[in-house]
Design a protein around this ligand. Structure first.
Ligand SMILES: Nc1ncnc2c1ncn2[C@@H]1O[C@H](COP(=O)(O)OP(=O)(O)OP(=O)(O)O)[C@@H](O)[C@H]1O
Length: 376
């Protein structure tokens, strides 16, 4: 069942339109993550759903009912903020109970609900403490407790872990994943800057740019089959390498591609339209293969050792830079010349307007997974 439905949702602040008409259906129980560069409208979209901002145009439905005019408290939604927003003079118990007591429930019922939620979040021992007597992770758990005690149908998170250090973030990320598993009927919408949170928590990721949806899909779908250059560059860290390319010949043997290097590369791909329309080639850092016969001749500029892997930052003769990820120790050093090959199954091709070019492996009837889209 569709829990949330956004139809042509728009938001203007004065004369400035921040959300330009977003359409999105979110089924009940789904964990959806909004990502995108700073200022793309993630928080605004979340606040429109919460009712903290008025919708300028379009329709928002929750559980089948249009809620545009409903105040936040009547939408069956709870929200957890980055800042926790706990009441400093109230104990953990009182903070969690706050949402319930507002509804003037029976005291014994409030007590039981708070203790149940506290047990779920391992806060039982801390119920009498004040927020200032808690660690960052504990405070965040209280904020989550205050949200779930209301038994919302929809749970909104606005960068809930961004104030925590790396280790605590990892722990809380696991706790949020567990919470989702324990509350399978609760729909969760989560805003983050963090790629790992987006990739690991989401059933589906919504990539936003300048107030518009660029692509919606499962994390690995976005990773392997980005609809356009923007999504290709945004999902994945380090970003996908993108190089200007000219297709100099296309035929039964595939595409002959000129990357401005000293040799051309033949990719066993065919595309559905004019080869001249292809202007950019993309390859992820982990898919570049060191090969003395490889098409890309580079000069190493810098090596970053990350322990379990390393990143080679290199420059092509034309000036373009690229990053290759390898495993284990690396023998190359700054100033070295190396060559990399492009495994065709990992190559992405993009059109002048940034859309992914449709492509299929020559000699096969089925389109390969990494390349899709329409070529006009
Ligand atoms: N109350 C407001 N008044 C005017 N403009 C606003 C207001 N809130 C947001 N905006 C504008 O709307 C756009 C989207 O902002 P929003 O905070 O939703 O982005 P975001 O993707 O959440 O950014 P960040 O990742 O930096 O938090 C921005 O251009 C921002 O300046």
């Amino acid at each position: 069942m569709t829990e949330l439905s956004l139809r042509g949702l728009r938001k203007s602040f004065g004369g400035h339109e921040a959300i330009h008409g977003v359409d999105l259906d979110i089924p009940s129980g789904e964990f959806v993550v909004f990502v995108g560069p700073s200022g793309c409208g993630k928080s605004t979209l979340l606040r429109l759903i919460a009712g903290l901002e008025d919708i300028s145009a379009g329709e928002l439905s929750i559980g089948g009912a249009v809620v545009n005019a409903l105040p936040p408290a009547k939408r069956g939604i709870s929200m957890v903020f980055q800042s926790y927003a706990l009441y400093p003079h109230m104990t953990v118990f009182e903070n969690i109970a706050f949402g319930l007591t507002l509804k003037r429930r029976d005291k014994a019922e409030v007590d039981a609900r708070v203790r149940e939620v506290a047990a779920t979040l391992e806060l039982t021992e801390l119920l009498e403490r004040l927020p200032r007597e808690l660690s960052g992770g504990q405070r965040q758990r209280v904020a989550i407790g205050r949200a779930i005690v209301r038994q919302p149908k929809v749970f909104l998170f606005d960068e809930p872990l961004s104030n925590l250090d790396a280790a605590l973030r990892t722990q809380m990320r696991g706790e949020i994943a567990d919470l989702h598993a324990r509350l399978p009927d609760v729909t969760m919408i989560y805003v983050t800057h963090d790629q790992v949170e987006a990739m690991t928590l989401a059933d589906r990721i919504v990539v936003l740019r300048d107030g518009r949806v660029e692509q919606v899909g499962r994390p690995l779908e976005l990773y392997h089959e980005p609809a356009n250059l923007f999504v290709a560059g945004f999902i994945g860290a380090p970003s996908m390498n993108v190089l200007p390319v000219k297709v100099s010949a296309a035929g039964a043997q595939g595409l002959l591609c000129d990357l401005g290097s000293d040799r051309e590369v033949r990719l066993p791909l065919t595309i559905g339209g004019s080869p001249e329309a292809v202007q950019t080639l993309g390859i992820r850092p982990e898919h570049l293969v060191e090969d003395p016969e490889g098409v890309l001749a580079v000069t190493v500029e810098r090596i970053e050792n990350l322990g379990e892997s390393h990143l080679i930052h290199a420059r092509l003769p034309g000036g373009a830079t690229l990053i290759a990820r390898g495993s284990g120790a690396v023998s190359a050093a700054a100033g070295d010349r190396m060559r990399f090959a492009l495994p065709p199954e990992h190559v992405h091709l993009f059109l002048a307007d940034g859309r992914t070019a449709a492509a299929r492996h020559s000699g096969t009837d089925t389109a390969p997974a990494p390349l899709h889209g329409a070529l006009d």
